[in-house]
Design a protein around this ligand. Sequence first.
Ligand code: GTR
Length: 416
Amino acid sequence: MLTAAFIPLLVAGIAGSAAGQISGFNYDESKVPDYKLPDPLVFNSGKAVTSAKQWTSKRRGEVLELFRKEVYGRQPKDAPRLYSEELERSENALGGIAIRRQIRLYLGRRGEQPYMDLLVYQPNDAEKAVPVFMGPNFRGNHTTDHDPAIHAKEYHKGQSVVMEKRGEKAHRWQAELIVKSGFAVATVYYGDIDPDFDDNWKNGWHKYFPMDDPVKPDAWGSIATWAWGLSRVVDYLEIDDTLDHDKVALIGHSRLGKTALWAGAEDERFKIVISNNSGCGGAALSRRRFGETVERINQVFPHWFCDNFNKYNGNEDELPVDQHMLISLIAPRPVYIASATGDEWADPNGEFKSGKGAESVYALFGLKGLGVESQPKPNTPIGDAIGYHLREGPHDVMKFDWIQYIQFAKRHFEIK
Ligand code: GTR
């Protein structure tokens, strides 16, 4: 199947092949170069971090700063006041089990751009505020379920706008399963925050928070912008007392998995972070150069990261961080990393190893991470504070993945 994920690469003239591989890149474990990961538990000064307190009060800030400066770029310091408007509501959605709400979140003035549209399903028999799975979607809220009442919106396919079929990505959201499990599911279209193409950061919310001219090398790229937008959704959850803003699990797939990890690093209000097949610039270790590489991602998606990230094209060993340190930034909050067998482009083993590399930070808090030494067999979920599975099948979000995420969230949120 030709997935959305590979369209930009095909456009760029590269043919896809088996198991989510793009030709011309390394998929051979024996050809992974020798590399040495930077140690999250060593201060920039060279001294060792020996306690959770040292991590929280100082080292975490150093690592966050390195990622801001060298990888994703800086978000604005202040968030604008948010206005919300419920556009639509039903008490009887998803065959009678859910409340459906469509809420417009304005960033500047009520009734004006910029805004994003939040779709929420939540159990209609809940006696108290419910925990929430929240995440961005790729092609509009109406693609996340077949429900005919969801307002349809065109999505940006590169520079053009296209209307996607209703329910086209419903399998990625599993609204009924989530609601039946006692959670709300909330989603926004990521193009409401920043349309996903390179326009030198002119459109989307960048328009309202203009870049310096020339653009600074550590100015926020699209991943940081999407992440910042997701934090604004949490601003809203905080004022909605039917949703439990202390129990928000953030989920993202692929480029939006990268976004979920970075959002979770920047904003500790995300209490669980789930990376579904996030790959390069997400959970996968850059130094392994397995599947997608730093150079490749910067060439094909020049707007995703900050300009400084280009310094590491073909030069991964010079990065002051690697992606295990991004996972470390989630600690001590639970994080789930999911890979798929048909997604070699995202380096499943590199995603697993990133979790391994973060275990020492979780250990400072007395928490067990993955708890195994090597990548488990397909369809075998493992881990404690760091969850992991390698699902059989393609680069996608499937029901199998959701069953694990729900169990993981129930365990960590202590829900029966
Ligand atoms: C691919 C990209 C991946 C991944 C994917 C997606 O083209 O190379 O890093 O982000 O897109 O987001 O679907």
